[in-house]
Design a protein around this ligand. Structure first.
Ligand code: FE2
Length: 242
């Protein structure tokens, strides 16, 4: 009995944080959304990612009715950030995509076949309003998939409209939509309900990817907390994006 107890303790304390290598959800281009305010802040965040063992960061500014960014705006700032990261001596790779909000402008973009920013193998990161599920959610998923995109639903655990019923989100996953949990949900940053939903989704094997969704350097400590204490033992697809 004593030996079993000791083995359990050893297993508990030897659990390593997951080796993620790539983060693909953050807001590190200054001045174009609610993320960082300066390139200095971006560089400081990239340094922390590198120190944590990450090899690549794909940053994803908002594109929505509120933040009317275009691929060109994002790509220009992205190459500026890449140059600055190299000059700062960083070895971590920097790339850019976007986080699209499912609203009428997003549907228009899809239907008119505008160029959309994706990452990896045509993965398309999208989010919805936090309070109500958009009526055209199903239509948006259909339009994405029928154009060959692989939709990745950002931080499902954070949507208040889910409450404690996960049957809808399971049906979304069954339709081939990947779910991306925010690391900070595991550190309780978005409240107890989001933390509870995140843990349930993890246990039920619904989560394909995790992302930082980092907006500011002051949030970094929460990332380390989540990585070191809450996620040992799970595996995610992030590594495939290297
Ligand atoms: Fe985000």
């Amino acid at each position: 009995m004593h030996a079993i107890f000791l083995a359990m303790l050893r297993a508990l304390f030897s659990r390593k944080p997951p080796e993620l290598l790539v983060d693909f959800h953050s807001h590190l281009l200054p001045g174009i959304d609610d993320g960082v305010r300066s390139f200095e802040e971006s560089i400081e965040i990239l340094q922390r990612f590198q120190r944590q063992g990450y090899k690549k960061v794909i940053t994803t500014p908002h594109i929505s009715e509120q933040f009317r960014n275009t691929p060109e705006i994002i790509e220009n700032l992205c190459s500026d950030l890449q140059t600055r990261a190299e000059r700062a001596g960083l070895t971590i790779k920097v790339a850019c995509a976007a986080e699209y909000k499912v609203d009428p402008t997003f549907l228009d973009k899809l239907k008119s076949e505008e160029r959309l920013l994706t990452f990896g193998d045509k993965y398309l990161l999208f989010e919805t309003s936090f309070h109500s599920k958009p009526m055209f959610f199903d239509e948006a998923v259909f339009e994405m998939q029928s154009r060959g995109y692989k939709p990745v639903f950002a931080h499902p655990e954070r949507y208040h409209y889910l409450e404690d019923d996960l049957s809808w989100i399971k049906s979304v996953r069954e339709r081939g939509v990947h779910l991306q949990m925010n690391l900070m949900s595991m550190a309780g940053v978005y409240g107890k309900e989001a933390e509870r939903r995140a843990k349930t989704m993890l246990k039920e094997g619904l989560i394909s990817f995790v992302g930082s969704d980092l907006h500011r350097i002051k949030q970094w400590q929460n990332i380390e907390t989540a990585l070191n204490q809450k996620l040992g033992g799970y595996t995610f697809l992030n590594k495939q994006l290297i």
